[in-house]
Design a protein around this ligand. Sequence first.
Ligand code: MN3
Length: 206
Amino acid sequence: MFKQIELKYELNALEPHIDTLTMETHYGKHHAAYTNNLNNALKELPELVGKGIEDILINLDQIADLRLRTAVRNNGGGFYNHNLYFGILSPNGGQEPTGELAQRIKEDFGSFETLKEKLAAASAGVFGSGWGWLSAESDGKLVISSTPNQDNPLMTHGGKLTPILGIDVWEHAYYLKYKNLRADYIKAIFNVIDWDAVAKLYAARK
Ligand code: MN3
């Protein structure tokens, strides 16, 4: 049984950048539903019991039944992506990265500001529902990408990229407060991204 990440902050703690009603709906309904639907799909896939979610998502093509493969792709992706998303948000976020991650950002993008601009542009440019991503290769190189739906870099790069930061640009992530202004939501979310949490994922990359 996969379980939603426990939040390290209250549902109203990310105000005014992420509003309370959005958090209640997003974490309490959407993420809960992905998790529930994933667990239901896995009841029909006993061979996957005990595997980690990363392993399952990297090897989706090993699920022979196309209905179940789609269910795990969408709901397993939704489960994993939101665990990452809610885990790298914090009311104490918005700081500058430090240490190894900061050094690599400078090497790969020139500056933290440039990284934020490029990540914001990739996220804003998703057509329809999807995600903007910052991931790391095993040697530490940082890669920005985007995916549709609940796909993620584990699926698109066969495990060669470890996602370390995901920006959810589904309308359910921002529409209650920002309406059609996705770019304003993306600008605001940088105020609550916990770069210490991102750095931990970077250090733990595979
Ligand atoms: Mn979402």
